[in-house]
Design a protein around this ligand. Structure first.
Ligand SMILES: Cc1cc2nc3c(=O)[nH]c(=O)nc-3n(C[C@H](O)[C@H](O)[C@H](O)COP(=O)(O)OP(=O)(O)OC[C@H]3O[C@@H](n4cnc5c(N)ncnc54)[C@H](O)[C@@H]3O)c2cc1C
Length: 506
């Protein structure tokens, strides 16, 4: 069987350089990797919040955490705070990590539901160390000791998207990836099979390959324009189609979480970094003008704006055939779901993991593409439902967007999940869904979907003993929080005192 010997990546945004770094680290000995990007076209330039799966990718490419945090001016992220979502004036936190601790056969959240049914009404967040630590402005890494409350933590990062792509580029080039600069001019196909054989640049360079990775962003130049893979539109469920983004001066003390605040026609993100704070208003253009969205964003910054606001357009949805022929789309070219739960960079690394596992021979067996596409489709369907949950379970917002999302028809899969939870507190998940029980619990409860009572397994508990155990866990968490470092101190400790001062205040 003839092997793939030459991989050509089109695009040098986060997707292109993540793919290049990962293929360089894994297949770089046997496969030549070229990347074409255009400085004149540039990148989307946003995408700064991640979820804990990022650790898998960082390990894959052998990344040193201190180097990475220094080079990308990163901060730590313990979860997302949702402000005004459920109803005006309400807040909740979606923490990384687990609620409570494991105590035998009855899942922790069923213990919590049983205690509530017994009249012990404490919020679920009281049992999350990540949520409590975030609220106090602290940070700690998870412990490997299962007996420690620190083992229940999870974390991810916020980073500067431009610096991240630059950092990955240096790693990829050190592993032999060759970069070409310039616009794509022409795409050559095999006359018989239709597969792509070469890309030609505006400077006349010809990049021939066996396998092409389309990381050209929303343009989807190879998977869309050349291979004709259709786009499945989800904007009837996720109507936001634009964003305006602006960085502002950092605050005195950075917070270890992303904040998402509901706005009349969408929501606003706040992402604290070492050197600045990233902000953006994601909105539905049929309910607000661009000027009004920009004015709302600028009126709600917690420091001086550091640049002109930048407008971005998008459409929710994806390509069920992200792999067609010898083209694999990774990143925005494969589809987009708004950044409400910071899932795009995860989807890039998840596609990279699939590609490495299913890496084809030169004939590009269509069965591999079918498997890739089926797994990718399941990823997207699951994340879509999780995002829609935030939009429809709200009260007290009278703006047209929120009236629409509250009353719109939902996917059957989401209706079923909500119904099961409301009846018995069960979170019905398939084994490969990205968001696990703790995430669904955080958002279901946060958005006001309450379980009528616990599942039958919780009847086996002794009510008084159960309440005592919950009180003990809450007390352990409350005692631990003040003993842990402040978020900025944790960054400083990782970077080393002098580096930290230069980086945090420079
Ligand atoms: C408003 C918004 C907020 C977001 N926030 C988050 C977040 O918080 N967390 C998260 O995980 N994700 C987020 N994302 C998604 C994230 O930004 C992207 O997934 C990520 O940046 C990857 O983009 P990309 O590399 O696919 O595309 P791009 O960054 O657009 O890169 C495309 C590349 O293709 C090249 N190219 C295009 N056309 C040509 C051509 N003709 N010739 C040569 N080269 C060409 C460009 O030069 C560029 O290098 C957000 C997205 C948006 C729109």
């Amino acid at each position: 069987m003839q092997r793939v010997r030459r991989v050509v990546i089109l695009g040098g945004g986060t997707a292109g350089w993540m793919t290049a770094a990962a293929l360089g680290a894994t297949l770089g000995q046997t496969v030549s990797i070229s990347l074409l990007e255009s400085d004149a076209i540039g990148t989307v330039g946003v995408g700064e919040a991640t979820i804990p799966t990022i650790h898998w990718f960082n390990q894959l490419i052998g990344l040193d955490e201190a180097d990475f945090v220094r080079e990308t001016k990163a901060s730590f992220k313990l979860g997302i705070e949702f402000v005004d979502w459920t109803r005006p004036g309400h807040r909740y936190f979606h923490p990384f990590g687990r609620y409570g601790v494991d105590l035998g056969a009855v899942p922790f959240h069923q213990r919590w539901l049983r205690a509530r049914a017994d009249g012990h009404d404490r919020p679920l967040s009281a049992y999350s160390l990540a949520a409590q630590l975030a609220e106090a402005g602290g940070f700690a890494r998870p412990s490997n000791d299962p007996g420690s409350i620190l083992s229940t933590l999870g974390y991810a990062y916020h980073f500067d998207a431009g610096l991240y792509a630059r950092y990955l580029r240096s790693l990829a080039e050190a592993r032999g990836v060759t970069r070409y600069e310039g616009r794509l001019e022409q795409v050559e196909h095999d006359a018989n099979s239709g597969v792509i054989t070469a890309l030609t640049t505006e400077r006349g360079e010809r990049l021939s390959g066996d396998l092409f990775i389309d990381c050209s962003g929303f343009r989807a130049l190879l998977i869309g324009d050349e291979m004709g893979s259709p786009f499945e539109d989800w904007s009837h469920w996720l109507p936001c189609d634009r964003a305006v983004a602006v960085p502002c001066a950092r605050v005195a003390e950075t917070t270890p979480f992303t904040r998402s605040t509901l706005r009349p026609a969408g929501w606003q993100w706040r992402i604290p970094l070492q050197h600045r704070t990233g902000n953006g208003y994601v909105y539905a253009s049929r309910f607000v003008s661009d000027d009004e969205a920009a004015a709302t964003l600028l009126a709600n910054l917690d420091g001086e704006a550091l640049a002109e606001p930048r407008m971005l357009r998008f459409q929710a949805g994806f390509r069920r055939e992200a792999w067609r022929g010898n083209v694999v789309a990774i990143g925005l070219s494969s589809g987009f779901l708004e950044p409400l739960e910071s899932t795009s960079i995860h989807l890039i690394q998840s596609a990279i993991a699939k590609l490495i596992t299913l890496f084809p021979d030169a004939d590009c067996d269509p069965a591999l593409a079918r498997q890739f596409n089926a797994l990718f489709g399941r990823d997207m369907d699951g994340i879509r439902d999780f995002l829609i949950l935030h939009y429809h379970a709200t009260t007290g917002h009278h703006h047209p967007l929120w009236q629409h999302t509250r009353t719109m028809a939902l996917p059957d899969t989401l209706i079923e999940k909500e119904a099961h939870y409301a009846r018995s507190g069960r979170v019905m998940l398939s084994s490969d869904e990205l968001f696990r029980e703790a995430s669904w619990l955080a958002v279901l409860n946060g958005q006001g979907i309450v379980a009528a009572g616990p599942a039958p397994i919780a009847d086996t508990l002794d009510g008084a003993a159960n309440r005592r155990q919950l009180d003990q866990i809450e007390a352990v968490i409350a005692r631990a929080v003040p003993t842990l470092p402040r978020h900025d101190d944790a960054i400083a400790a990782l970077l080393g005192e002098s580096g930290a001062r230069a980086s945090v205040h420079g």
